[in-house]
Design a protein around this ligand. Structure first.
Ligand SMILES: Cc1cc2nc3c(=O)[nH]c(=O)nc-3n(C[C@H](O)[C@H](O)[C@H](O)COP(=O)(O)OP(=O)(O)OC[C@H]3O[C@@H](n4cnc5c(N)ncnc54)[C@H](O)[C@@H]3O)c2cc1C
Length: 344
């Protein structure tokens, strides 16, 4: 149990409990217990909302919701991304961009997404920005077949020398995403894959793809997954993140050329990565940190000024509702920020 200012926070295996210290001595300590299960329910409700078509249709029209999203995305247009990327570049921070949206309804939509990214890549090149793109497999047509998504990913990779990152979506897509990634990798080396530490299968997946000396971004994972496939306990997710970090950094220390990107805002994960890297004799430029736009800005700057490679993922587009709900679920305290937008 740890004491933090006037409150007490206790971590147990199953519960997260917090209480307010009202006096001194054991008898006057009153606890207001917030069970891990309550936070977990809130998180699950937000993740449920992220897949609800009724809410997706109505909530984005509310002005207070639109105002609140500004914190996580500069705007709906790619020109909004460029403005922020240039500002970050001046601070020594590179960027990645993603067009929001998932699960297209038709291949025509997948073609429109492809067209968007091809235009973005041309503009990035013209402006000489250090910006990469990160794409969701279902945006490229994965729901219509592996071949459909594969051909569009290949077209994107052929249009640039930079890495084209493949996001990892819900667990049902993992096998197909890895298949597409490995298949395109045989033709173009400039593709990278995101893996999620909350999935119990990920260490086996990483072992399977390790032989291709791939560029990999490790994240904790943002979807609502059943306990049969994913760890539900933060401690387990964090431990898995550190283990994956150690595995991939070891590969780097043994001469691997694939990039190792740690997509996290968690100070413990960042600290652990630095520690592991230094034990392995890796220098700051042999691994990277990636964070989301608007989150832990000070930490982004601090890492960059300490000589670390930092990349910020800037999202844009009109289909932001499910993505935004996942950001709220990551930190339910963000709901206060949304509520504040209701004030005049
Ligand atoms: C570059 C990048 C790419 C990603 N790509 C994918 C992907 O392809 N697939 C996927 O499933 N997930 C992806 N994610 C999301 C990821 O899975 C996590 O949900 C997210 O990064 C939060 O986890 P965390 O490591 O920051 O740790 P957490 O333990 O969730 O958070 C650590 C601390 O960071 C801060 N923080 C974290 N999230 C927020 C937030 N939303 N708002 C405010 N503060 C916050 C808080 O201070 C929190 O205490 C990506 C994340 C990043 C940074």
């Amino acid at each position: 149990m740890t004491k933090v200012g006037g409150s007490i926070v206790a971590y147990t295996d199953r519960k997260w409990e917090s209480g307010v210290l009202l006096g001194t001595g054991d008898v006057s300590i009153h606890f207001r217990l917030i069970h891990y299960d309550t936070l977990s329910m809130l998180r699950n409700s937000l993740l449920w909302a992220s897949t609800n078509p009724f809410l997706a249709e109505r909530l984005p029209r509310a002005r207070f919701v639109r105002r609140a999203t500004k914190r996580f995305m500069p705007g709906e247009e790619f020109r909004d991304v460029i403005k922020e990327a240039e500002r970050l570049r001046a601070q020594g921070i590179a960027s990645t961009t993603t067009l929001l949206g998932e699960n297209n309804n038709s291949l025509k939509e997948a073609d429109a997404v492809l067209g968007h990214y091809l235009t973005d890549l041309r503009l990035i090149d013209e402006l000489g920005l250090d910006m990469e793109v990160s794409v969701k497999p279902t945006q490229l047509g994965l729901d219509f077949g592996i071949k459909e998504a594969r051909s569009r990913l290949l077209e994107l990779a052929e249009a640039t020398e930079s890495i084209v990152w493949l996001d990892m979506e819900a667990s049902e897509y993992v096998d197909r995403t890895i298949d597409i990634f490995l298949s395109v990798k045989e033709q173009r080396s400039n593709v990278g894959l995101c893996v999620q530490s909350y999935l119990k299968r990920t260490p086996d997946d990483v072992a399977r793809i390790a032989s291709c000396d791939c560029s990999i971004r490790i994240v904790k994972g943002a979807y609502n997954e059943p306990e049969s496939v994913a760890f539900s306990n933060k401690k387990d997710v964090d431990r898995a993140f550190e283990d994956l970090t150690a595995t991939l950094l070891r590969g780097r220390a043994q001469g691997g050329v694939g990039r190792v990107v740690l997509g996290t805002h968690d100070p413990s994960m960042i600290g652990a990565a630095k520690h592991i890297a230094s034990d392995l004799g890796l220098t700051e430029d042999q691994y990277e940190f990636a964070m989301l736009f608007g989150i832990k800005r000070r930490e982004q700057l601090r890492l960059a000024s300490d000589g670390h490679k930092v990349r910020v993922l800037i999202s844009y587009g009109s289909a932001w509702f499910p993505w935004y709900m996942r950001r709220l679920a990551e930190r339910p305290a963000n709901l206060w920020f949304v509520a504040k937008q209701l004030l005049p």
